[in-house]
Unconditional design. Structure first.
Length: 213
């Protein structure tokens, strides 16, 4: 694993759930177990992160950038141990066509909750040791698969606060002709912060979710 990823691995070992989000899994145990792959690689411009954009026609989160991932299947195994790791790699292969054999898992972040969908999500951290070509495997579900340089994610000019029509606000990133917001942006924001990569940015800069219009 490259030296620049060490701060991310250290943060994963020490960060508390409440430091990641105010939305934590219900104490009742309710929620559908799922996982996402937060995959770091080395690109032409240095460290980068793999993202995908959901197809615009989808009823849930259509057109929204996200990490590869999805719900755990029974064959993934125990949700409390290695199940999320298997699910993250399996879903990433199904959605982007990457070869899981080239991915080195180096940590997991605390489980988080997405109230609107009822998913309990484990962010699984990976190092793309041996990159393979990626693409939108199913155009009915995925519009595109792309990478974002970490330098762009930490550039203050690309950071903003996204404002939902209902008034909710959260971190956002304007990168690769996309507005990254919601759960995905929240995880990236916390990784950037706790890895020590964050640069001062204008939190008063607001972007509506219909920014393309």
């Amino acid at each position: 694993m490259p030296e620049w990823l060490v701060p991310v691995a250290r943060a994963a070992e020490s960060v508390a759930p409440e430091q990641m989000s105010r939305f934590l899994p219900p104490e009742s145990g309710d929620g559908r177990q799922s996982a996402v792959l937060v995959l770091f690689g080395e690109g032409p411009r240095g460290p980068e992160l793999l993202l995908m954009e959901r197809a615009s026609q989808l009823r849930s989160h259509g057109g929204q950038p996200s990490f590869p991932g999805g719900a755990l299947d029974p064959e993934d195994g125990d949700p409390a141990t290695t199940g999320p790791l298997r699910a993250a790699l399996r879903e990433a292969e199904e959605e982007t066509g990457l070869d899981p054999a080239g991915v080195q898992i180096f940590g997991v972040l605390p489980r988080l909750y997405i109230p609107v969908s009822g998913f309990v999500v484990t962010p699984v951290l990976g190092w793309w040791r041996e990159p393979t070509p990626v693409r939108a495997v199913d155009s009915g579900e995925t519009a595109r698969v792309f990478t974002v340089p970490v330098a762009d994610l930490t550039d203050p000019a690309n950071r903003a606060t996204a404002v939902h029509p209902r008034g909710h606000a959260g971190p956002a990133f304007l990168v690769e002709s996309a507005l990254v917001w919601g759960f995905t942006a929240g995880v990236i924001d916390r990784i950037v912060h706790y890895a020590g990569w964050e640069r001062p940015w204008d939190r008063a800069k607001r972007v509506p979710l219909d920014w393309h219009a």
